[in-house]
Design a protein. Structure first.
Length: 103
């Protein structure tokens, strides 16, 4: 793989990891906004033991989903860092290959 192809692949991976991070942020923001809105609506309209159990379970699900979004964001960040390391290693391999051609 040449330097140009390597740069193109690195750029594509960078764009992909950026998209993954954006998705994770959108999920977190959606949960914070709509999730709290849903819980507030449930609290005002559904009274009693059943409503309380449902709100508690809904809150747990929202928390779990938020944690998944956080982990998703961390994974995409780690992927980005690994991509940068692989890119640097491949650049070194390309340069080393060119040096070997001259020997």
């Amino acid at each position: 793989m040449g330097q140009k192809e390597l740069s193109i692949h690195f750029q594509e991976m960078g764009e992909l990891t950026d998209e993954l991070q954006e998705i994770a942020e959108e999920i977190k923001n959606l949960i914070q906004g709509k999730g709290e809105e849903i819980l507030t609506c449930l609290q005002s309209s559904w009274r009693g033991e059943g409503g309380e159990k449902y709100r508690r379970k809904e809150g747990e699900l929202l928390d779990d989903t938020q944690q998944i979004a956080i982990v998703f964001g961390k994974i995409s960040q780690e992927l980005k860092e690994m991509t940068e390391k692989v890119y640097e290693a491949e650049k070194s391999n390309v340069l080393l290959g060119k040096l070997r051609e001259y020997w």
